[in-house]
Design a protein around this ligand. Sequence first.
Ligand code: G
Ligand code: G
Ligand code: MN
Ligand code: NA
Length: 254
Amino acid sequence: INIRNQLSKAIETDQFSLVYQPKFDLRSGQCTGVEALARWTHPVLGEVSPNEFIPVAEKTGLIVSLSEWVIRRAAEDFKRLVLADPDLPSVSVNISPLHFLREHFVERLAELLTECQLDAQYLDIEVTESVLLKDPETTVRKMLALKELGVHLSLDDFGTGFSSLNYLKRLPIDTLKIDRSFIADLAHNKGDAAIIQGIVSMAHHLNMKVVAEGIETKAQYSFLRRALCDEMQGYYRARPMPLDDVAQFLALHE
Ligand code: G
Ligand code: G
Ligand code: MN
Ligand code: NA
């Protein structure tokens, strides 16, 4: 069975679902939002990882209909989650750089938000730092238009893409997400600790918040708190969960 052939059918036949992973303020402990992550359960292959199907979706152009489905579903689910936690700030969706850089991405997103009746302030767009390597000028232009629209902007997997700091200061980014590769080995690697402290300090001077990803241990959690990082995401507090479970989680931890 070939993933490419199965992918377009999968969208039509409802084989995709979303799970949600909360993130938290490192001072108050409050939930600061949930990130939508796509899951594909194929009738024969079973679970196929996004690391496998996202690159195929990009190559075939199916990424556009897939992520429009993600945005629609996330917008719908957000309304349900707000019933569980009225203070829930936003829902995050991951947008592939290829999709982000396409013509009319911003206009199309504006249409979708109107269609879904979701106020832009409740949507956080996560785009990986690698978008800056592909096309920095277009990235700057699109991000300014997105801020105009009112959505929240996060730069995902930060620190892995060697992006130019010259562009970073021109981007209207709200939040940097430090890639989990810097967190994993924190206890044994002085270099990672120094890099994290540098990123936090730089981000704060640029008026950006910092989220640390992949926090799995108490030691990592304590380090990030001491380093004045703003928010955390990771198995230490919460794994990605189906909608019902995350609604219950939010109601309990409100
Ligand atoms: O959830 P998981 O760790 O399996 O995700 C693996 C990778 O797939 C991560 O880099 C994540 O950002 C990406 N991913 C998950 N869902 C989506 C999605 O809906 N769109 C895009 N573009 N990437 C996604
Ligand atoms: O690239 P992005 O940051 O969007 O990737 C999100 C992915 O990271 C999700 O697939 C999620 O399953 C995974 N993830 C979230 N928290 C943790 C964690 O604490 N440890 C590890 N190893 N992976 C995590
Ligand atoms: Mn992400
Ligand atoms: Na990331």
